[in-house]
Design a binder for this molecule. Sequence first.
Ligand code: SF4
Length: 333
Amino acid sequence: MHNFSYARAADIDGALRLVAQPGAQFIAGGTNLLDLMKGGIAIPERLVDITQIAGLAQIHQLPAGAIRIGALASNSDTAKHSLIRERHPLLAQAIESGASAQLRNMATVGGNILQRTRCGYFYDTAFDECNKRNPGSGCAAIRGYNRNHAVLGASESCIATHPSDMCVALVALDAVVQLRTARGARAVPLADFQRLPGDAPQTDSLLAPGEIITAVDLPSDRWLKHSAYLKVRDRASYAFALVSVAAAIDIQDEVMQDARVVLGGVAHKPWQVPEAASLLRGRRADTNAFREVAEAAFQGAAPRKHNAFKIELGKRAVIRGLSLAASAGANLT
Ligand code: SF4
């Protein structure tokens, strides 16, 4: 393994100073970064350990009512926190469907957002072609085995998918990423923060050099009563999604007023289905209405040799996910 130095930051300002050195990179739970380093895909000169920064693992309510999840909150602590379970059960469901209990104990919310694709060609340096690992080299997956790859929003440069379950729910919940650099703070909706591959698949997000995620805010709990996360995968645990659906419906007097549908496992980032709101508004929850959303979700899908099954699977998952959301929360007041 490539030699690197290690420094531990005591606070955010110190972390930003330490990471300013060329080749420096933050480490928190390390559940993805250490794999990347062992494989020779990430080669940092310095690791800046941010796990001891006070306050960054807190989950609390802001004065205006939003919930703030600190970037260092573990996936496990987030999923079992009373504020999340009571107000955002969709997020708790999504987190608990991901990885294993051991990984969820180590992985942080900030790290989950920044984790890299699990495309096998990205991790296998025996393959020269990977635009994400080596820009301009090509994409081995396009001509290779692409069963797990994207059917929506891909490009001729990269057809990888984002592996997170948590992020799919966060996008459905309008999560906003809080960021800091030495020059100041900014906030970016998660739906915009993660990016499609285009002709620069080496860049996964809008994270600027030297920038740190400090928290994720959930602005509203209007999706509390009728939401569901459905994950379809090859085995019942410790597997990435072939397709997943975060579905949430605002139902008043048995009539749908608004809806969110976000897909995982099908694109380079959580894939929003904006047509869901207009297709469902003013209607009663039923399979026919949900089928229209499913058709809209996969319009424009572009399958590769081995992943066309994701389109039919995804449509059925959308219908099932919306049905689960509609019937969820019957015992909530
Ligand atoms: Fe690399 Fe993306 Fe192609 Fe996978 S799909 S080989 S990550 S360029």
